[in-house]
Structure formats: C-alpha cells, structure tokens
Design a protein around this ligand. Structure first.
Ligand SMILES: CC(C)(COP(=O)(O)OP(=O)(O)OC[C@H]1O[C@@H](n2cnc3c(N)ncnc32)[C@H](O)[C@@H]1OP(=O)(O)O)[C@@H](O)C(=O)NCCC(=O)NCCS
Length: 328
C-alpha cells in the first residue's frame, strides 16, 4: 500500500495591529522619508500589513496558528510526533534553541516529539512541507505540525523605503498525517547560493554584537527577475513529476511577495487569475508565513475543498525556491 502524507488541518494568526499604507506613509513622512499608498499598491499590490506587539515572538504567533490547525485536524498536541517551524525571525538568535522547541513547550507537548527549525527564508514553509512529506512517506513520523511564523517587522530598516513597506508579521500552520489516500503528489526544493547577497541580513555575530547590519537588505530588481524565472520552472517540475498539467490545478497559492510576480506566474502557467489565492494586499510579505496564511484563508472561506489539486510555491533568500503539489 502506498503511503501518502495528507494535510488534515490548517490554521493561521495575524497580530491585531493592522497598518495601512497611509498610516505607514505618515510615519515615514515624520522622518522625512517619502512614500505613498499609490506607489506601494502599484509596485507591489500591498495595501496593509500586520505588526506584532513588542511582547509577541514568532513562537507566540506560531502557537495561535497551530492551535487552530490542530483543532481542524481533530488532533491533540500530544498526537504530534514532529514539529517543524520555518522562520527567519526565530525567538532566539541563531535559532538556539529552535523556535520549534519553544512552540512545543508553549503547546504543552510533553511527549518528546522531535522539533526543529528550517531556514530557507521565504521558501521556508514549502521546504518544511517537503521535509515533512519525506519523513511521513518514509514511515518515520505520522503526524507532523508544520508552521511558518515571522515577526519581520523586527528586521526591517524603517529608514529604507524600498524594503520596509513590503513586509509584515503573521503565522500559518498545517497538520500533515500519514494516509493511504493522496495527499502530497510531488515536491521540489532548489537553491543557488551564488545569489546569496541579493536578499539577506548582512550581519554576523562577533564578540556578542552584530558586525554589519541586523536589517534586511534586498536588491529588489534582481530578486524580481530571478523569482519570475524560477517560479515557472519549479511549477512545471512538480506538475511533470505528478504526471499532471496546469489545467488540472484548482488553486495556485504562491508566496505572497508581490502581485506582479504572482500574476506573471499564473500567466506563464496559463491559469486564470481567479484560481490564484491572493492575500498579499492585506498581509504584505510575511516570508515563511505567507503560503500557510493564504492556504488557511482559502480553506476557511470555502474556496479550497477536499479533493482539490493545490499548488504551493515560493522563492526567498539563499536564493531558495520550491513547490508542492497536493490533493486536499
Ligand atoms: C522592490 C520593488 C517593489 C521595487 O519596484 P521597482 O519597480 O523595481 O522600483 P525601483 O526599485 O526601480 O524604484 C523606482 C523608484 O521608486 C523609488 N522608491 C523605492 N521605494 C519607494 C517607496 N516605498 N515609495 C516611493 N518611492 C519609492 C526608488 O527610489 C526609485 O526612484 P528613482 O527612479 O528616482 O531612483 C520591486 O523591485 C520588487 O517587487 N522586487 C521583488 C521584491 C520581492 O518580491 N521580494 C521578496 C522576495 S521573497
């Protein structure tokens, strides 16, 4: 009997504070930095984003999303035998200890489940799902909690208008379980370290302090060009591996970074825009949280239904990219 991994629950969480483009533009104007709702919407499709409170860590957002995913899955925390958290903004520097371990503690899971973080920046959730799928198919784990959680507002340089307007905070989670029915159909992960410098936090820890910068740096145009190329390639790779064509995709859930990149991918796949889930307008780019946040939204509002073929895909720092094709 073929063993599959199946997504049996989704959840998400957005911090309460919602910041519109106008509010952000007014805050930047007070520092002499000029931007506008019109510029941000036309270049990125973003109208608003959420910011965590100073007390909230990635694990806090993750736990709220995880509780909802567990509830939908009908699972208790102690049923989970592996926790994977994808985050570029872990609770502790260097993910030491991992945010996954903190989530495990905060969920009250005292079952000695495995727990670790995955770092692939905005591709982190797609990577984490691929890892969970491989563990489940190998029979190593049965119920895996996969989370993308970010407090990106902590690493934004609010003096740099080219980046600070694009990102937000949030978390999304899924429960993946072993199943005799599909399930995840195909996954693909890629990286090309030659492009490490175009999207990074160019700082290192030395003598207890950051040498360099602790803020996100991005060469927006270089990222844009690479993203549109690799997203099309990886979408075709997962389709080919599953023996499917793009016409069989019911829902495309791409990384929510920029509406122009997302539309370009849909067009290259010959998919009508109605089949693409869009949350970037309301969430901004929440990095590893963006795909599970969008998935949960589409599941809970009834768009993604049991039996639908769904494609997840993402690109991010590293440079990393990947896709997952699954039957809901
Ligand atoms: C960042 C991005 C939105 C910038 O859009 P763009 O069309 O490339 O814009 P440019 O960088 O060429 O800048 C155009 C002008 O707008 C200005 N500008 C930049 N940010 C601005 C802002 N927030 N408000 C107003 N003007 C701004 C620039 O200074 C520049 O002015 P100039 O022509 O006088 O020099 C775009 O490159 C992008 O989306 N890149 C991909 C980002 C992404 O998806 N990252 C995440 C990947 S995981």
């Amino acid at each position: 009997m073929t063993l599959y991994s199946k997504i049996i629950g989704t959840g998400s969480y957005l911090p309460a504070r919602r910041v519109s483009n106008d509010e952000l533009a007014a805050q930047l104007a007070a520092k002499g930095i000029e931007t506008s709702d019109e510029w941000i919407v036309s270049r990125s499709g973003i109208s608003a984003r959420h910011y965590a409170s100073t007390e909230q860590m990635s694990s806090d957002l993750a736990v709220e999303a995880a509780k909802k995913a567990l509830e939908m899955a009908g699972k208790l925390p102690e049923d989970i035998d592996l926790v994977i958290v994808a985050s570029s903004t872990p609770d502790f520097h260097g993910s030491f200890p991992s945010t996954a371990c903190i989530v495990q503690r905060k969920l009250g899971m005292h079952n000695n489940s495995a727990a670790f973080d995955v770092q692939a920046v905005c591709s982190g959730f797609v990577y984490a799902v691929s890892v969970a799928d491989a563990f489940i198919k190998a029979g190593v784990h049965k119920n895996v909690l996969v989370i993308g959680a970010e407090v990106f507002s902590r690493i934004l340089n609010f003096e740099d208008r080219t980046t600070c307007v694009l990102f937000g905070d949030g978390a999304g989670a899924i429960v993946m379980s072993a199943s005799s029915e599909p399930g995840v159909l195909s996954t693909k992960m890629h990286a090309d370290g030659r492009y490490a410098d175009i999207l990074s936090i160019p700082g290192s820890l030395a003598g207890g302090a950051i040498e360099g910068s602790a803020f996100l740096y991005m060469d927006g145009q270089a990222v844009f060009k690479l993203a549109v190329t690799v997203l099309e390639q990886v979408a075709n790779e997962v389709l080919e591996e599953a023996g499917m064509t793009s016409s069989q995709i019911d829902w495309l859930i791409p990384h929510q970074a920029n509406i122009r990149i997302m539309k370009s991918t849909a067009k290259k796949l010959d998919l009508p825009l109605e089949k693409m889930v869009v949350t970037v307008d309301q969430h901004g780019n929440t990095s590893a949280a963006s795909v599970p946040l969008a998935l949960d939204k589409a599941v809970r509002d009834g768009r993604v239904k049991a039996g639908d073929n769904v494609m997840l895909e993402a690109v991010g720092g590293g440079f990393t990219w990947g896709a997952v094709l699954f039957k809901m």
